[in-house]
Design a protein around this ligand. Structure first.
Ligand SMILES: [Zn+2]
Ligand SMILES: [Zn+2]
Length: 132
């Protein structure tokens, strides 16, 4: 069975996911934009029984709003970590995957809140590595 690893930027917190993973969900709501500092949160929805932490249990800090919205980050490097759950799944921050997923984005949520800059200009440029 395929096992995919994931970790934060400094490597203190790490996890593994067993088996195939569904396509990516992207949330563009104003809270996810603030919490990510970017266009939103990209999430993999993984059954609890196929997700396991490998290390770094003491490396998490969680910030929660009164509404219940929360974000959990690595205490050392600040990477947003998998944390939010429902009864059957954990929501894994897709950017923390260390391996290719083999799937793309299938669902965009809160598109009405999407930042107006979250689109390509007609003269958009793409570079395989950083530009000069
Ligand atoms: Zn870290
Ligand atoms: Zn959101």
């Amino acid at each position: 069975m395929t096992v995919r690893a994931g970790s934060c930027l400094c490597g203190a917190r790490a996890y593994e996911i067993e088996g195939d993973i569904d396509a990516v969900w992207v949330c563009h709501c104003s809270r996810c934009r603030k919490a990510s500092g970017s266009s939103g949160n990209s999430i993999l929805i993984v059954p609890h029984d196929r997700f396991r932490w490998v290390r770094g249990e003491d490396h998490e800090d969680t910030f929660a709003l009164p509404s219940g919205y929360s974000i959990t980050r690595c205490r050392t490097c600040g990477t947003p970590l998998p944390a939010e759950t429902d009864e059957t799944h954990i929501y894994v921050t897709a950017g923390t995957l260390d391996a290719p997923l083999g799937k793309g984005v299938r669902t965009h949520l809160f598109c009405g809140s999407r930042a107006d800059w979250d689109r390509d200009e007609s003269d958009v440029r793409y570079f395989d590595e950083r530009s000069r």
